[in-house]
Design a protein around this ligand. Structure first.
Ligand code: ADP
Length: 206
């Protein structure tokens, strides 16, 4: 758990209320948190939804695991401590994006329940919607898909601490949405999430 290091710091309250941002953007900032095994379909589905939302005139943005590890989190690996810090930072960044009014889609394996729950807590404490989406597919199916050849490398012992093979994945207990990607097409999964956003009134501002 990250501890507060800096002292002599004061929270500076802004002058713009959340409702004003909602009216401006005609939407409510929220985080849609995708979790699941590598190759379960998180990024494919998240980018499909981002595209659909932008086409409909909404401001949406994907925070993608591999992309973030090229920059903000380039100093982190895959040890349990680094995975925790990876997700802590994404929890904080997605909360800031949601606060700024974006529909933020996060695509991270995020294997530990406690880390995801902390991301949820900071959103809920700030009164921001947090929608956990479990992208479900068996290890066997993910291994068949293996778009980046990672399972093959992990089986060959070339990638230590690989989720589903040599590192744990803790399934969500009460996700808002479960996408069974063994049954649903990418488009059907995307539509399921879009329907949920509409139902929750997140695609209307004011
Ligand atoms: P993740 O982000 O979870 O690691 P990716 O989205 O990068 O997964 O990769 C999932 C792969 O599985 C993609 O190549 C995608 O086209 C493929 N795929 C096949 N069927 C499905 C499905 N029903 N839902 C999502 N992805 C699917």
């Amino acid at each position: 758990m990250a501890k507060q290091v800096a002292t002599n710091i004061t929270w500076h309250e802004g002058h713009v209320e959340r409702e004003h941002r909602n009216k401006l953007l005609k939407q409510r900032g929220a985080t849609i948190w995708f979790t699941g095994l590598s190759a379960s379909g998180k990024s494919t589905i998240a980018f499909t939804i981002e595209h659909a939302l932008v086409e409909r005139g909404h401001l949406a943005y994907v925070l993608d695991g591999d992309n973030i590890r090229h920059g903000l989190n380039k100093n982190l690996g895959f040890s349990p401590e680094d995975r925790e810090e990876n997700i802590r930072r994404i929890g904080e960044v997605s909360k800031l994006f949601a606060e700024a009014g974006l529909l933020t889609l996060t695509s991270f394996i995020s294997p530990y329940r406690a880390d995801r729950d902390r991301a949820r807590q900071i959103h809920e404490k700030a009164g921001l919607a947090f929608i956990e989406v479990f992208v479900e597919a068996s290890v066997e199916l993910c291994e068949q898909r293996d778009p980046r050849g990672l399972y093959a490398k992990a089986r060959a012992g070339e990638i230590p601490e690989f989720t589903g093979i040599s590192a744990p994945y803790e399934e969500p207990l009460k996700p808002e949405i479960v996408l069974d990607t063994e049954q649903l097409t990418v488009v059907e999964s995307a539509q399921t999430v879009l329907d949920c956003l509409v139902q929750r009134g997140l695609l209307a501002g004011g």
